[in-house]
Design a protein around this ligand. Structure first.
Ligand code: PMT
Length: 423
C-alpha cells in the first residue's frame, strides 16, 4: 500500500491509517540521507503511527531535532543519559513501548555497532533493549557498503531473529560516486513498514514448504557442478510466509539461522528426498531453488588428476524434475508454485513450464538483467497463473515480491478452504 494514496484530510486531527495504534521508534544516524528521514517521519505519522525519533549525536549535524519534533508532534530523544523526569530509564521505556524500531538511514558505523551489540549512545542501547521488530535501511558510499566488514555485519544482522534489512538502492551518491548504497526510497520503506506491521496473519495454520539456493552436483571430492543461486529469494519467501503465521519448512542448500525448521541439502536428489518427505502434509510448495537439471554419472572418489590430454569428458545424466513429478500428483487442496529463471523469451518459456509442470503459479525472472535475480537483494518478475492471468512486478526488494506472492497464496488457499466447506 502506498500511504501517499491516502488523502491527508482523511486523517483528521488524530491521524488514522494502516499504522493506527502502532508505535514506531525512528532511529536516525549520521548520514546525508537523514534529510529523507524527515519525509519518512511525516509519512509514518500520516499513516497513523505514533512516531518517536531517536537521533545519534552525528545525525544532529545533518538535521535538527526540532524538525522531527514538529513533524512527529513528539519530543525527540538524543541523549544517552538525559533527564526525562520518569523513574524508568529512558532507553528501557522507549524500547518497551515500540512495535517496531526503524533505523533510516543506518550508517556503516551504526550497523557495525549493532552487529556486535555496542551501545555507546541512546539508539544502540534502545535497539539492544527492545523486543520489537527491527528494520534497518542502510545508506552509505558504495565502497563502504561493499567492504567485507560492512557485508559481514549486514550478514549478521540479516540472520538475527526479528531483524530485516531494507536493501539500499542504486544511483548517484551525494558524494558524486555511482553505485549501490543510496537509502531505499521513502515509498519503499513506508510500504515495507506497513506490510510488516499490518499483522497480516493470513497464512496461519497453513503448512508451507519452500526451497532455496542452488543444488551442487559433485564431480569428485573437490569439485561440483553448481549455479549462481544465493538462496536470497527462497529465504525471503520463507520469511514472508512465516511472518504471515504459516508453519514454514525451508529446504535449502544455503545454511541459514531461523526460528522455523530449516533442512540443509546439497544435491538435487537430496532436495527431492527432503521435499517428498514433507510434501503430503503441506498445503503449498514453493520451489524457488535452482535445481541442477543434470549430474555427473560417475562421482570420482579421488580427486581427478590433470593428465596430458587437453580434453576431459564429463558424462552427465538427468536429475529428477521435482516440480514436474509433484505437479502431476498433487491433491486438489494443494497449491504448487514454481520459479522460472530465463535468459531469453521469458514469457513463453515461463508459460510452457507452468503448463508442463501443472503448476498453479509461476514466477518468471530474467536472469540476464543486471542487479536482479541471482545474488541480488532485488528482483523484477512476471507472475503467471494457471488461469491465464499475468502480472508484472518492477524491480523491488525480494522480500516485497515474496510478500506479494504470499498475498496471492493466502487468497488461493482461502478459496480452496471455502470450496471444500461448500461441498
Ligand atoms: O537464489 P537467488 O540468488 O536469490 O536467485 C533467485 C533465483 C534466480 C534462483 C530464483 O528467482 C529463480 O528463478 N529460481 C528458479 C531457478 C530455476 O531453476 O529455474 P528453472 O527454470 O530451471 O526451473 C523451473 C522450476 O522447476 C523451478 O521452480 C525449479 O525449482 C524447478 N525444478 C527445476 C529443475 C529440477 N530438476 N527440478 C525442479 O523442481
Amino acid at each position: 500500500m502506498n500511504t501517499d494514496d491516502i488523502p491527508e484530510s482523511s486523517f483528521g486531527t488524530h491521524d488514522t491509517g494502516p499504522l493506527d495504534g502502532k508505535t514506531i521508534i525512528l532511529g536516525v544516524s549520521g548520514g546525508i540521507a537523514a534529510y529523507k528521514a524527515c519525509d519518512l517521519a511525516s509519512r509514518l505519522r500520516k499513516a497513523g503511527a505514533d512516531v518517536h525519533v531517536v537521533m545519534t549525536p552525528h545525525a544532529k549535524a545533518f538535521v535538527t531535532p526540532l524538525t522531527f519534533q514538529t513533524l512527529t508532534r513528539n519530543p525527540v530523544h538524543c541523549e544517552q543519559f538525559g533527564e526525562h523526569g520518569e523513574w524508568k530509564p529512558e532507553h528501557i521505556e522507549l524500547a518497551q513501548s515500540a512495535d517496531l524500531v526503524l533505523v533510516a538511514p543506518a550508517t556503516a558505523n551504526l550497523i557495525a555497532k549493532l552487529s556486535t551489540g555496542i551501545c555507546d549512545e541512546l539508539l544502540g542501547t534502545i535497539i539492544l533493549a527492545t523486543q520489537a521488530e527491527v528494520m534497518l535501511a542502510p545508506a552509505m558510499n558504495p565502497i563502504m557498503l561493499e567492504h567485507p566488514a560492512t557485508q559481514f555485519n549486514l550478514g549478521v544482522l540479516q540472520n538475527r531473529y526479528r531483524y530485516e534489512i531494507i536493501p539500499p538502492d542504486m544511483g548517484e551518491m551525494a558524494c558524486g560516486d555511482w553505485g549501490t548504497g543510496k537509502m531505499a526510497s521513502v515509498d519503499t520503506i513506508t510500504d515495507m513498514v506497513v506490510s510488516r506491521l499490518m499483522a497480516n496473519r493470513s497464512l496461519t495454520g497453513k503448512q508451507i514448504l519452500i526451497t532455496a539456493g542452488g543444488t551442487r552436483e559433485p564431480i569428485d571430492p573437490v569439485r561440483f557442478i553448481g549455479n549462481r543461486s544465493s538462496g536470497k529469494m527462497g529465504i525471503a519467501m520463507a520469511d514472508a510466509a512465516h511472518a504471515r503465521g504459516a508453519d514454514v519448512t525451508l529446504i535449502t542448500t544455503v545454511e541459514v539461522d531461523r526460528s522455523y525448521p530449516v533442512v540443509v541439502v546439497e544435491t538435487a536428489q537430496d532436495m527431492q528426498e527432503a521435499v517428498e518427505t514433507e510434501f503430503d502434509s503441506c498445503d503449498a510448495l514453493i520451489m524457488t531453488a535452482a535445481v541442477a537439471d543434470y549430474r555427473p554419472i560417475v562421482v570420482s572418489r579421488q580427486k581427478i588428476k590433470k593428465t596430458d590430454s587437453d580434453d576431459i569428458v564429463l558424462e552427465l545424466t538427468k536429475n529428477p524434475d521435482i516440480l514436474d513429478l509433484l505437479g502431476h500428483v498433487k491433491r486438489k487442496d494443494q497449491v504448487i508454485i514454481g520459479f522460472a529463471a530465463e535468459s531469453d523469451d521469458l514469457l513463453n518459456n515461463a508459460q510452457q513450464k507452468l503448463k508442463r509442470k501443472q503448476l498453479d503459479l509461476i514466477i518468471g525472472n530474467d536472469i540476464t538483467v543486471p542487479d536482479i535475480g541471482f545474488g541480488s537483494d532485488f528482483n523484477a518478475v512476471v507472475i503467471l497463473t494457471a488461469e491465464g492471468t499475468r502480472e508484472n512486478l518492477p524491480r523491488m526488494p525480494k522480500r516485497a515480491i515474496a510478500d506479494h506472492i504470499c498475498n496471492w497464496l493466502a487468497n488461493r488457499l482461502a478459496n480452496l478452504d471455502h470450496s471444500t466447506v461448500a461441498k
